[in-house]
Design a protein around this ligand. Structure first.
Ligand SMILES: *Cc1c(COP(=O)(O)O)cnc(C)c1O
Length: 387
């Protein structure tokens, strides 16, 4: 497996995660950036800004700390923090695209991302085509001479499909389109898309970055300074910024990202070992399994395979719903990436909005966000839920 573990520069990922942006408070020496719960800043004479802050939509010191940290984690030059993952996506799409522009989107993606394209952005005259992004030829075939962006989610939600980021980056470079990678499932600890040639990284910080199911947030990270300026302009002009307390919570969560992700991957691997042997399980979807079609690419571009596992249950939709309802330690709920394990039925919950579309998910699918509890307790709960 490749060592994406070390970021460019001299310090390792774990160290960067704890220290980037987290400089001691100049006023008091507080080792953790304070929550600057403030909207405006006193000026020393007209235009005399202290430290560049004038209004917290434009910039806030707690958010700045997080944004510097995000850029460092992804090996980028500019990080931007938003009120949610979808707010980050919306800002990106409106900054990049105009009427008549075309985007290639994946045939497996977060349901809200699909809804944003299909129901919102399309009304602004942006066109899109769906492609299986795990197949570079399919991406090439879906492109038009107006294609401005290729959108990739890897691993994807909820089918855990894997896209070869470097291969799609090559296509983007050849055609002048920009490659956007939603890195929510992997987190920058497991995968760093910018180093593989992506132009823009998107995160729902609500998930692994925050890590404790207590905050909603989103991020964009880029390497290109001019693109970073353009996105920062839109972030301020559109206004869906992360608030100071939310920024502080994510900054706090990120400090343990590396140890959490190691445990998520470890527990998920043991869960898949049990599920693949279980008589009531038809198919397990996890990039760590050698039989997964994206296994080799995942092993090449990820440090380990993450905490998300999906599986199909014998007996169809009702059987899948029943497994979700019977789980006790796995909490029945949407979202993912927290320390506590979650279970859900994508067809009726997170991905209900994809019904009847090219992104419709199998009805017998169950999705797990495997947490960092003791794995034996998790295995026991799944055994009883499967009956
Ligand atoms: C949750 C999620 C989003 C949307 O993020 P919000 O913070 O809920 O707005 C986008 N992409 C993926 C892969 C997600 O899991």
């Amino acid at each position: 497996m490749s060592d994406l573990h070390s970021t460019p520069g001299t310090q390792s990922f774990e160290t960067v995660a704890i220290h980037a942006g987290n400089t001691a408070d100049p006023l008091t020496g507080a080792v953790v950036p304070p929550i600057y719960q403030v909207s405006t800043y006193k000026q020393d004479g007209v235009g005399g800004l202290r430290g560049g802050y004038e209004y917290s939509r434009s910039a806030n010191p707690t958010r700045t700390a997080l944004e510097e940290n995000l850029a460092a984690l992804e090996g980028g030059r500019r990080g931007l923090a938003f009120a949610s993952g979808l707010a980050a996506e919306d800002c990106l799409l409106r900054a990049l695209l105009g009427p008549g522009d075309h985007v290639v989107i994946p045939n497996d993606a977060y349901g809200g991302t699909f809804r944003l394209f299909a129901k919102v952005v399309s009304r602004w005259g942006v066109e899109w085509s769906v492609a299986d992004t795990s197949d570079p030829d399919a991406v090439r075939a879906a492109m038009t001479d107006r294609t401005k962006a290729i959108w990739v989610e890897t691993p994807s939600n909820p089918l855990l499909g894997i896209t070869d980021i470097a291969a799609i980056a090559q296509i983007a470079r050849e055609t002048g389109a920009r490659l956007v990678v939603d890195n929510t499932f992997a987190s920058p600890y497991l995968q760093q898309p910018l180093a593989l040639g992506a132009d823009i990284v998107v995160h729902s910080m609500t998930k692994y970055m925050g890590g404790h199911s207590d905050v909603v947030g989103g991020a964009l990270v880029v390497n290109d300074a001019a693109l970073g300026e353009e996105l920062a302009y839109h972030q301020n002009a559109m206004g869906a910024v992360a608030g100071p307390f939310d920024a502080w919570l994510v900054l706090r969560g990120i400090k343990t990202l590396a140890v959490r992700m190691d445990r998520h991957s470890e527990n998920a691997t043991k869960v898949t070992e049990m599920l693949t042997r279980h008589a009531r399980v038809k198919r397990v979807l996890y990039p760590g399994l050698p039989e997964h079609p994206g296994h080799e690419v995942a092993a090449k571009q990820m440090k380990s395979f993450g905490g998300m596992v999906s599986f199909q249950v014998e007996g169809g939709e009702e059987a899948a719903v029943e497994v979700c309802n019977r789980a006790k330690l796995f909490t029945l709920g949407e979202s993912l990436g927290g320390v506590e394990s979650l279970i859900e039925h994508p067809g009726r919950m997170t991905h209900a909005s994809t019904a009847g579309s090219l992104l419709e998910v199998p009805a017998d699918l169950v999705r797990l966000s495997v947490g960092i509890e003791a794995v034996d307790d998790l295995l026991a709960d799944l055994q009883q839920a499967l009956g």
